[in-house]
Design a protein. Structure first.
Length: 135
């Protein structure tokens, strides 16, 4: 019963977070294609929306696990906690960014090197797994 009620509370919050992330991504994409003041304005709006979406994502799910509120209350309390404890919120963002950043860097390395190489640490040799990984 607890899972069912938590799941019902988490779905609207998750959909709102996804909407915020989609708007964040759209603003970034739109800002990249603009020039001058419009570009700056869109980057600022994207930063505000992204910070709000990631803050809600960081705090809403622990609140859902412990408390029984409405979706509006979860969102409000998440933003209050994010504003009231910015060090914890930024720490969560950094913890989330590390795996995504590493994944992005690994994918960029594979995309731009055009081959997959595994380094053998003991023998200090490179083992070529696939010459033309993307072709």
């Amino acid at each position: 019963k607890s899972f069912k009620s938590s799941f019902r509370s988490a779905v609207p919050v998750c959909l709102l977070v996804l909407l915020g992330v989609a708007i964040f991504g759209g603003d970034i994409w739109f800002a990249i294609n603009q020039e001058g003041t419009v570009k700056t304005v869109y980057f600022i709006v994207a930063a505000i929306i992204g910070a709000a979406a990631f803050s809600v994502a960081a705090w809403a799910y622990p609140l859902i696990a412990v408390y029984d509120n409405t979706t509006k209350e979860y969102l409000k309390n998440s933003l209050i906690l994010a504003g009231g404890m910015p060090l914890y919120t930024i720490t969560v963002w950094v913890i989330w960014a590390i795996p995504f950043g590493l994944l992005l860097l690994m994918n960029m390395d594979i995309l731009f090197s055009n081959k997959l190489v595994i380094k053998n640490i003991k023998n200090k040799k490179k083992i070529k797994v696939c010459e033309d990984y993307l072709s």
